[in-house]
Design a protein. Sequence first.
Lengths: 316, 218, 659
Amino acid sequence: MEEAAHIEKIAAQAGLLVLLGPLVTGFVQKLKARLQCRQGASIWQPYRDLAKLLRKGTVQSDSASPFFRAIPVLVLAATVTTTVMLPVLWASSGPALLPLGDAILLLALLALARFLCAIGALDAGGAFGGMGASREMTVGLLVEPALMMAVFSVAVAGGTTDLVHLAARRATLPALSWQAPDLLALFAMLVLALAETGRIPVDNPDTHLELTMLHEGMLLEHSGPGLACIVLATHTKQIVILTLVAALFFPLGLADGSAPGALVLAGLAFLAKLLALAIFLGLVESSYAKLRFFRVPQFLGLGLVCAFLALALRIL
Amino acid sequence: MSVELATRLIDVLGALLLFSTLLILASGQLFRAIYAVAMQSVFLGIAGAVLGAATGNPDLWVIAGITIVVKAILLPWLLIWVVRRIQIPREIESVIPINATLALAAGIVVLAFRLSASLGPVRQAITGNALPVGIALILLGVLVMAARRTALVQMVGLFASENGIFFTAMAVTQGMPLIIEIGILLDVVLGALVMGILVLRVRSSVDTDIADLENLKG
Amino acid sequence: MVRVAVWLGHLLILAGASAGATLALGVLTGDAGTLRLTLPRLFPFAEMSLCVDGLSAFFLLVVALVTAAAALYGPSYLGAHAKAPLVQTFALAVFVSCMAGVCCAGDGLTFLLAWEGMTLASYLLVVSDTRSEENTRAGLLYLVMAHAGTAALLVVFLTLAERGHGFDFDALRTAARSLEGPTRSALFMLALVGFGAKAGVVPLHVWLPKAHPAAPSHASALMSGVMLKVALYGIFRFGFDILSPTVGPLPASWGWTVLSLGTVSAVMGVLLALQQHDLKRLLAFHSVENVGIILIGAGLAMLLSRGRGAESLATLALAASLLHTLNHAAFKGLLFLGAGSVISRTGVRNMEELGGLARRMPWTAWLFLLGAVAISALPPLNGFVSEWLTFQALLLSVAELGGASGLLAGVAASMLALTGGLAAACFAKAFGVTFLGRPRSVHAEQASESPSPMIAGMLLLAGACVAIGLLPGYAMRLLDGPTQQLLGGLGASAVVTAHGPLVLSGAGAKAGLEATSISVTAVAALLALLALVAWALRGWPRRAPRRLAPTWTCGMSPSSRFDYTATAFAKPLRLIFSAVYRPRRAIAKETGPSPYVIRRLSYTGEVVDLAETMLYMRLKRWVTATAQAIRAHSTGRIHGYIAFVLVTLVIALLLFARA
């Protein structure tokens, strides 16, 4: 009985994240357009794009292996699996037999999605895919150490990397027990979130010129429903990263049971956090230019040092 | 304001000061470094206000006000005016790669924390983590001066060092005499004025940069 | 006739492996306790015996697993193009039995004899494959370094045997109890050097990337997957069992040395692997990396062992380390067998000349992909499980150790995360360039699938990877024996699978906090479910038409020249980590009538191994210079040499008379 209720909650949270993903992208695009004094497409445009892609036919490279068709499905499956691990509305941990909430497992699943995407890009052959795969894997591995240290600096206080437990514990403490290390870890995570979601100044999500695209380069050979799967995976990954930042640092307003009042409050709190982070993304994208690729390690180095200092301040 | 809340706020402001120093170290452009040090001085002013409210010492309010006016507005404005006036190239050249500088900075911060942990009685006389952050800021300011070529960025490093001294001095629970703090401030203002005039004169008359002074060796 | 003999030999090896595996499983899961067997007396001064306790049984299982796969794989591989298949079969049999002998040795003499036999047999395998000069030099370097390590081991064994008046392990333990701290630490460091040279710990790893690729592929799988583990067995045996003090924790210097050596090996190994384009050299460097990861767990266990109140944390770290031993043997064996399959069908080792093999050799390709996903520590396979356990151990020890030690453990964790990312990038390159895209040479175009025995060997190891990945709780039961024996306290399964066999939890958290748990089985099930749902849904809006078209290459007709090369894939990392790589490059242009018309362009790039240039070249130059200096003084007269011998004898007699 308890398991069934828990599974329902997890499924609801996962569904909410997957459905809201394209909306966040649409909102950021609209914000960027407004800041550039344009009208911009409506915030529901990504949904229309996905529907359009599902209706289209597929064109596949004739030199690709039979595995190529499975790549978009696997990437989407890996990314959607991470949505069950985050405390979105509820912070109650489930039965011990079904623990789903570990931060390291979440990051590893996102790494799996990136690996499969890179393999798919090399499968179709051609230079665009190879370049995109090479650069995306490079940025991905530079982000890993800093992410691990930022997560550790928050997790050391709780002794666990389980996101749900961390959030539940933190939500009960006064003023969320915010300390100096949390601030530095937040800065580090914001820098790393820009890299993981593939936004300026690390990558430009709107371009298709070969020297300026990292993530888009890997998607070039996909089309039709396969491309829809990967684009949905990209939206989901973005909202997962934003929810991760919110769960680690601002676990406010999380509901405990199923009382409708608490649920509405939790939903509004979640939307507010998403809104704040989406505004941050939009502002950064509009204020900075994309960095030259070999300056990205310096940018990520700032994030690494902030994360290191967060861990150092926590335990020294 | 309770002592505990003041300590928490000082800790948070210490973290913000460290972050702004990292921004100075990691910036590749002159204006970003100047804005970062202005931001740092604003945080320092807020710290002064917090400490003034916690201890009830009126000197601290005065110092906070002077810091914000002089170091967050006047001196950065002076630096920006010099940059615009003689059109110095805005890119900061560094002596060692930026990633190496950041790694050294991380090591220096850890060193500062270890050092302050071993200075037992001194550590207890200062609120929060102001002592280690102050020591770290002083050393990081010197690192900026050592690792960057452009003369104006070295001024920025000097301001950062001085912010560190101020932060520690303000947080001493017994209180520090006002005259000492005014004296340090005057030192830095004079230093900035001298550097500004020097850069202007050298540039306008000889058409080389201060950094080329290294050619004057025996 | 020769083929029948080769098949028979390999079947014998397979039978031996199965027997070994059964024995090991019996000792690990049953309550049989330690098995002892006295061997016939070969030497008058010592008795030889075999003793299989928990730790030996676990490593015996590791040996047996990869041996079985290699035995299945061997005959078809050797049948293709081997020069001396009978010699290689014989050497393989000796090699495997010696490795089993090392693991099961009950006294120092058996250990050393088996160790030496292992070195000689593998040397034979390294030099027997082809007769090139490079292989001979690689074999020579291997022999020299292995014997240098054995010399260090001899010192340790002989010191302990002399004190304990006997060679068997009980006597050695008693002897070690009577040592003082500094002597004990010195002996441990010597043992670390001796075993580290065989295990491929940086900076003693320089022989590994030269020797492992030279042997035939199933022998490389055994050398990389098993021989390195046998060397690590020595470190575990000496560090935790023989040399450890009876009461109190192990000295902190041991743990920190092992931890830092592990971290450096892991990062350097994978960085150097990224720039290799020879498939087998790449895999050999990855072995260095994984040995580093195992040592990180072992060092952590040493730091947290008995007497600090953190026993379950030490058990967690040791369990992570031992599980990674088993996992690495499985996926490294699989990868080497796959690489061997490619090399035997195409005759090419350089991945820049391969490509498009996924359509021509499908089984090899997908099994290689499985191994690649496992080694990159990606869920839901076994590499992820052991790395997750290592991360949990590191996190909890950051909280436990506190202060600067905790910070160092945190840095080790971030370096471990970096190696995971680097390994994923490296294998994306290796798999992508070798198997995907278009074939870049005639050899790749004409490749065909390997014969079934080779595939069967690979399937065995792939099955082990998947089984340990999806059901790690059952593998934890195998670790009960070793962890209880080495650290005391709870066994591995009590600590790690406290919530049942399908859930892993990193226990040892402070009181009042929930330990982190994951269920890889649940995640794998969820992944499969979502994949099926997505597959069904993508076809839902009215079967969209599908057609094939050439890849877009900016309007030119596509050829393999457009595919990304491995050098290009690894270039960004070569530039980012140039301080470690010190890359050298040379571009030679041949121009036509005008300097803007280039007829020929040749690009040579080279990456140095820092250990080689900074340590070994300098050592070599110093030794050569000293030798030249001494040579200048040699007179060539017989009387001088005889007088030299006389003086040495007199001094030796004086020393012995004194003692």
